[in-house]
Design a protein around this ligand. Sequence first.
Ligand code: 5GP
Length: 136
Amino acid sequence: MTIFAKILSGEIPCHRVYEDAHVLAFLDIGPVSDGHLLVIPKEAKAHLHELSDDSAAAIGRVLPRLARAVMAATGATAYNILQNNGAAAHQAVMHVHFHIIPKLASAGLGVGWNAGKLDGARAQELVASMQAAMNR
Ligand code: 5GP
């Protein structure tokens, strides 16, 4: 059982900002910046690609509204949405969660971005492979 399952069941307290039938949003206990919010599905899945369409839609529906609430509460005019999948991608809690991290003058998410260059042949392979996967 993950720590977020315990938060959902009420076994562990949280600073709850929003809740509906599918989604819970609460303050991160270790904020990267003031107002750092976590948005989780009630569905107990570790990774985004495992989520049901209903959970995914419910999160997508409320994320912009929660981002506006974070901005209103902190005065931030910029923010990052971060969603880690897998320990190698820095996921520590194996229950799907979206971070909303305000970018404030003093704090926010640091992003490493090692951009390469898209190769044309590889792009064609990738498109074909992804489209086939989408149609399965
Ligand atoms: P991850 O690295 O998995 O994307 O991020 C997990 C996040 O969960 C971290 O930002 C961490 O601070 C937060 N977190 C871990 N345990 C708790 C907890 O018990 N309560 C709250 N509110 N946040 C937690």
